[in-house]
Design a protein around this ligand. Structure first.
Ligand code: ATP
Ligand code: MG
Length: 597
């Protein structure tokens, strides 16, 4: 077999699981975000896939396989071609010899909705749930961490179709359970969290987070277990604002106070008395750039995911469907649209639209949004639209007009009080998103005309749900959660092999004979076993067995003189001598217990 391990950490790997999978010969990098799954890895991926498949089938979902090459027309029908090829730029696209545009599937809503449109006619066919396990392609901006964020990776994606929301909710609940089962069976510690549903809104989405410090996502949760959410979505109660000490409206000279911290030092006030004015720049898919001014309480931060969702709601007024990008404009970007020099750091809520040199591509007016936290303030401090100056004792409805659009776009933070029970404070954890279930509603069926006829004979759009598991990401996250200084410690359920027989000395005929006999018997009995009969020192073999993380190591060493072998558990390093004729039954029992647990 191909069995190549590396002594040293590969220089291009940052996190433990990535280093270990490379060192232990599970994966090999072929290009940026593109990996070869070598035989060990492929066995792990097949085990994960099988668990996923069993849990999906148990809910009544059916497996299929959809094309990876997808005609651009389908994506134009759903309105996602531009967003996926330009904005997020996540879809690989190409032109074939007939000059037809195609994309390599990053996800399959368009394809499945086309199938449903053609094949589902009546409510009698509903509900229906199809899934597949397949390679996906995404031209990620930052592919990294090995299989965690690849440009080619394996996903289970499922799509369900319903006559109504109630039916969708039932399947969504089934999926919640199925996903929990998959992760539990794969031996992972995880948390299901409320997630952002983007601009689609929908009635909800849940992400399944494997808890690990290397996770790219932040999760906020309460100790009582009643609340957990992705920070992108999380809500909380803001701390109370301090009563303002300014009683009359005045302009004050405040040089060098571009930050809230400096400002509060100079004015000797609390950030909760300040209305902070944050400038954003957004580009809609109509090509229009729009400048956005957000007023928010000085001690709070803007949650850009929530802000983007609000801006997406405004898209129709700019003849657009969606937001292509959102950012705090750089000095260079400001230069591109400013009609005159902006008082950055000293902007007031009423900054004049004259600062924008409007054009065909740039909207001439600021979109003004005020966060709930700023609405309630009295006698507040804010910018004076003049470098080096602020105003104090200001009030909405007096010096400043309250923006019409009031939003909740503040970022919830660890330590904030929880909405469901203010005695609980939000705690923080890092998570790896391995699964995401989503109530889509009728977004795709409406856009693509996928209807069915209901009991009353009326045409209705299909109600949809979608459910994804990152199979390859899940496999690596198991390593991220379970390793030690010597290597990987696979959960038994997804280990590439259950056991490895290490023959200390292959020149000892008796050792080899017993090893080969055990090897045959174990495999015959369903204990997936490797035989390390390489001509290497025993120490090298033990090190490699530890590195690749096989749960049980069987050593045909000195103990064979007493009719026994040494068996070492990888996770605990617990070692015991077991009579040769009891090895098969003992391991069967251990494996059964480990997989059930
Ligand atoms: P992320 O926020 O991490 O980019 P996503 O929200 O775009 O992921 P989904 O579209 O919800 O991902 O895809 C379903 C699942 O596929 C994710 O929960 C994740 O486990 C997995 N996944 C997504 N992108 C990648 C990737 N580049 N490499 C490996 N797995 C991925
Ligand atoms: Mg997701």
């Amino acid at each position: 077999m191909l069995f190549v391990t590396l002594r040293d950490d590969p220089s291009d790997a940052e996190i433990p699981s990535h280093k270990l999978l490379l060192r232990a010969g599970y994966i090999r990098r072929i290009g940026s975000g593109v990996y070869a799954y070598l035989p060990f890895m492929w066995r792990v991926l097949q085990k994960v896939s099988q668990i996923v498949r069993e849990e999906m089938n148990a809910t009544g979902a059916q497996e299929c396989l959809l094309p990876q090459l997808q005609p651009a027309e389908l994506w134009k029908e759903s309105g996602r071609w531009d967003t996926y090829t330009k904005a997020e730029g996540i879809m690989f696209s190409l032109i074939d010899r007939r000059e037809q545009q195609l994309g390599l599937g990053p996800t399959h809503e368009e394809v499945i909705t086309t199938v449903a449109r053609d094949m589902i006619r009546s409510y009698r066919q509903l509900p229906l749930h199809l899934y597949q396990i397949q390679t996906k392609f995404r031209d990620e901006i930052r592919p990294r961490f090995g299989l965690m964020r690849g440009r080619e990776f394996i996903m289970k994606d499922g799509y369900s179709f319903h006559a109504d929301e109630d039916s969708l909710k039932k399947t969504y609940q089934d999926m919640y359970q199925a996903y929990s089962n998959m992760l539990r069976r794969s031996g992972l510690a995880f948390r299901a969290v409320e997630a952002d549903s983007g601009a689609i809104g929908g009635s909800g989405s849940t992400e399944f987070m494997v808890l690990a410090d290397a996770g790219e996502d932040e999760v906020l949760y309460t100790e009582d277990g009643k609340y957990a959410a992705n920070v992108e979505k999380a809500v909380s109660l803001p701390a109370d604002a301090e009563l303002s000490s300014f009683t009359s409206y005045e302009k004050r000279e405040t040089p060098g106070t571009e930050t809230i911290e400096k400002l509060c030092q100079v004015l000797n006030c609390s950030p909760t008395q300040v209305v902070k004015n944050v400038l954003y720049q957004t580009v809609y898919d109509s090509g229009l750039t729009v400048l956005v001014l957000v007023n928010i309480r000085g001690d709070q931060e803007v949650n850009e995911v929530k802000l983007q969702n609000e801006l997406t709601k405004l898209a129709p007024q700019f003849s657009a469907k969606t937001v292509l990008s959102l950012s705090v404009p750089t000095t260079e970007a400001i230069g591109g649209w400013a009609a005159k020099s902006l008082p950055l750091g000293y902007i007031a809520p009423d900054i004049d639209d004259e600062y924008i040199a409007g054009s065909k591509d740039v909207s001439g007016k600021f979109v003004r949004l005020v966060d709930q936290t700023a609405v309630e303030l009295k006698n507040f401090v804010t910018g004076a639209n003049e470098a080096g100056f602020h105003v104090v004792g200001a009030n909405w409805g007096e010096q400043f007009k309250l923006p019409e659009i009031v939003v909740d776009i503040r970022k919830a933070r660890p330590g904030d009080h929880s909405v469901h029970d203010p005695s609980q404070t939000l705690q923080t954890a890092r998570g790896i998103e391995v699964g995401h279930i989503f109530q889509l509603g009728t977004k795709y069926s409406q856009a693509m005309g996928a209807n069915y006829t209901n009991e009353q004979g009326e045409e209705k759009p299909l109600v949809m749900g979608c459910y994804g598991v990152g199979v390859s990401r899940l496999a690596q996250s198991a390593v991220e959660q379970s390793y030690d200084k010597d290597g990987i410690i696979w959960p038994v359920a997804i280990a590439p092999y259950h056991a490895i027989i290490s023959v200390p000395n292959i020149n000892d005929g008796q050792q080899v004979e017993i090893a080969e006999k055990l090897y045959t018997e174990l495999n015959k009995a369903g204990v997936e076993t490797l035989l390390d009969d390489r001509n290497e020192r025993a120490g090298v073999k033990f090190k490699d067995a530890d590195l690749i993380g096989i749960p049980y190591r069987i050593v045909t060493g000195r103990a064979i003189a007493n009719g026994k072998v040494e068996v070492v558990k990888r996770a605990t390093r617990e070692s015991q001598e077991i009579a040769i004729e009891e090895v098969v039954s003992t391991l069967q029992q251990w494996i059964r217990a480990a997989i059930a647990g």
